[in-house]
Design a protein around this ligand. Structure first.
Ligand code: FES
Ligand code: FES
Length: 209
C-alpha cells in the first residue's frame, strides 16, 4: 500500500514499508547517539536520588517559618502551598506556566509555583501573598492596589502584587515601562493593567517617602 504526504507544497511519495524502515532506523540512531554522549559511569556518578511513590517529608521555609509536610514527589509547590499548608492566596489558573496567577517569590525572585515541584524548592525562602504584609501593615504595593482600584475579581492579584513587590526591591524607581515588563507574564482577564501600573508607580513613590 502506498500513501502520499504533503511537505511544504511538495507531494512526497513513499511506501508504508520504507516509511517504517526509516523511522526505526532514526530511532536506533538516536539511541546510539544518546549512548555515545553519555560518559561511561555517569549514571553511577550522578546517582540521582529516587523518591516515591510514598509521600516524602520535606521542610519548606514559608513566610519566615519552617513548615514540615509530607508531599507526594509529583506535587507542585502550588499544590503544597494551597493543600497541606493552607495558603490559598496562591491561585492556580492555567496550571501550566502560562498565566502567572500562581506566582510566589523564591529568595525574592518571582516563580510560577504550578511549574515546579515542591521537592525542588530546597532551602530557598518562599514568600506567598500571606507573608507580604508586615503584621497588620500592608506592603506598599498592597495598599496602592486598593487605593488605585487595581483589582476586580482578584484572581490574578496575588501574583501581580508579588511580582510588583519584587520589582520594587530590585528597582526602587521604576518607569511605567519597567512595571509593564515586570507584570508582562501576568494574565488579567478583568483588564486591570492600567490601574496596576498606576498602583505600582504610586507604591514606588510611597516607599521612597
Ligand atoms: S497557574 Fe501557574 S502559571 Fe498559570
Ligand atoms: S482582577 Fe480578575 S483576573 Fe485580574
Amino acid at each position: 500500500m502506498r500513501f502520499s504526504v504533503g511537505v511544504h507544497g511538495l507531494r512526497a511519495r513513499m511506501s508504508r514499508r520504507s516509511f517504517l524502515k526509516g523511522t526505526s532506523a532514526a530511532t536506533a540512531g538516536l539511541a546510539a547517539l544518546e549512548t555515545a554522549l553519555t560518559p561511561a559511569g555517569a549514571a553511577a556518578a550522578d546517582d540521582p536520588q529516587v523518591f516515591g511513590p510514598e509521600p516524602v517529608s520535606i521542610t519548606l521555609r514559608v513566610n519566615g517559618a519552617a513548615r514540615t509536610v509530607a508531599v507526594e514527589p509529583c506535587a507542585t509547590l502550588a499544590e503544597v502551598l494551597r493543600g497541606p499548608l493552607n495558603l490559598t492566596g496562591t491561585k492556580i489558573a492555567c496550571n501550566r506556566g502560562s498565566c502567572s496567577a500562581c506566582t510566589v517569590l523564591l529568595d525574592g525572585v518571582p516563580v510560577a509555583s504550578c511549574s515546579m515541584l515542591a521537592l525542588d524548592v530546597g532551602e530557598r525562602a518562599i514568600t506567598t501573598i500571606e507573608g507580604l504584609a508586615n503584621g497588620d501593615v500592608l506592603h506598599p504595593v498592597q495598599a496602592a492596589f486598593i487605593e488605585h482600584d487595581a483589582l476586580q475579581c482578584g484572581f490574578c492579584t496575588p501574583g501581580m502584587v508579588l511580582s510588583s513587590a519584587a520589582l520594587l526591591e530590585r528597582n526602587p524607581q521604576p518607569t511605567a515601562e519597567d512595571v509593564k515588563a515586570a507584570i508582562s507574564g501576568h494574565v488579567c482577564r478583568c483588564g486591570t493593567y492600567p490601574h496596576v501600573v498606576d498602583a505600582v508607580l504610586a507604591a514606588a513613590q510611597a516607599r521612597r517617602g
